[in-house]
Write a protein that binds this ligand. Sequence first.
Ligand SMILES: NC(=O)c1ccc[n+]([C@@H]2O[C@H](COP(=O)([O-])OP(=O)(O)OC[C@H]3O[C@@H](n4cnc5c(N)ncnc54)[C@H](OP(=O)(O)O)[C@@H]3O)[C@@H](O)[C@H]2O)c1
Length: 338
Amino acid sequence: MANNSSAEKQRAQELVCVTGAGGFIGSWVVKELLHRGYRVRGTARDPADRKNVHLQTLEGADERLSLRRADVLDCDSLRAAFDGCHGVFHVASPVSNDVELMPVAVEGTRNVVNAAADMGVRRLVFTSTYGAVHMNPNRSPDTVLDETCWSDYEFCKQTGNFYCCAKMMAEMAATEEATRRGLQLVVVVPPMTIGPMLQPSLNGSNYHVVKYLMGTKKAYPNAVAIYADVRDVVRAHLLVYEHHHAHGRYVCFGTALHRSCFLQLLRGLFPRYPITSKCQGNDKPMVSPYRFSNQRLEDLGLEFTDMTKTLYETVICLQQKGHVPYQCLIMPYRRSSL
Ligand SMILES: NC(=O)c1ccc[n+]([C@@H]2O[C@H](COP(=O)([O-])OP(=O)(O)OC[C@H]3O[C@@H](n4cnc5c(N)ncnc54)[C@H](OP(=O)(O)O)[C@@H]3O)[C@@H](O)[C@H]2O)c1
């Protein structure tokens, strides 16, 4: 086992690439890699766009971060971005239910794995989603959701969940190509990921919080979702990258909450926002939270952040970045108690 300083020296020599570096999860992956001493190359379709300027303000970015233009549909741009890299974190993907964007996620992932193999990359971490794991109407309520579970592709297609279809196919394509090319692949499976944002614009999963805070959503569904803090999801990416024996899928599930409990937490922290208390379809029995297991990640040492702390810090960030107004002048929740 390398001691701390030799591990740090080793990281300083390692160049790693993060695709989709300017996005919500991508930015945190870049930040954590810089914090741990890596040299980082981040890709964006337009690195000069204002939406990526926050990356250059990260600690260590001046000396150890460079940005490259790359599109997942452009293999030459990917090969140029991966040149000299030991590892690749493939985070980029359209986060969209638009059926026309499915090939970008699937063929894009195939391209990334092949470009990485062409350039002699040793290890690739792929960001999948629990949309590829939990969407199965025939799963028994007793099933423990873990790495062995897959969503039902036909069900996702029939219900218009094309994002889940795309990510399932992208994950399968990544596994197939990595096996064929002899590349070490590890897959992280995050659920609905929320937390403070480094990027200036609002991403899809934090909009999930905004739409309730702003009262845009007039009633909540009788549904359960699993949530995780973005910083836990990112620590999972680093853990599976650095543990060289780690392979296959790793689910990263923080907390399963019925939407009513999620909103109760939010209301308890920020009672002055117009958060709905109306349930759609409350004539049906309340959906029960799933059972799940993070055993594989916990064995690597991951500990999960309390969802109350995550929600609190998410809303403070949303206020500071101007995505929601400062409705809550008296903070009912004290930072010191977090
Ligand atoms: N947030 C969640 O709740 C969640 C949960 C599970 C899994 N995930 C997965 O985590 C990853 C990041 O999601 P996010 O929430 O951070 O979303 P995000 O903020 O929207 O970031 C998506 C990134 O993908 C990039 N991208 C999209 N199309 C691309 C293309 N054709 N070529 C190259 N890059 C492209 C975008 O880069 P540009 O700057 O070039 O536009 C952007 O940086 C995705 O793979 C998503 O499926 C997210």
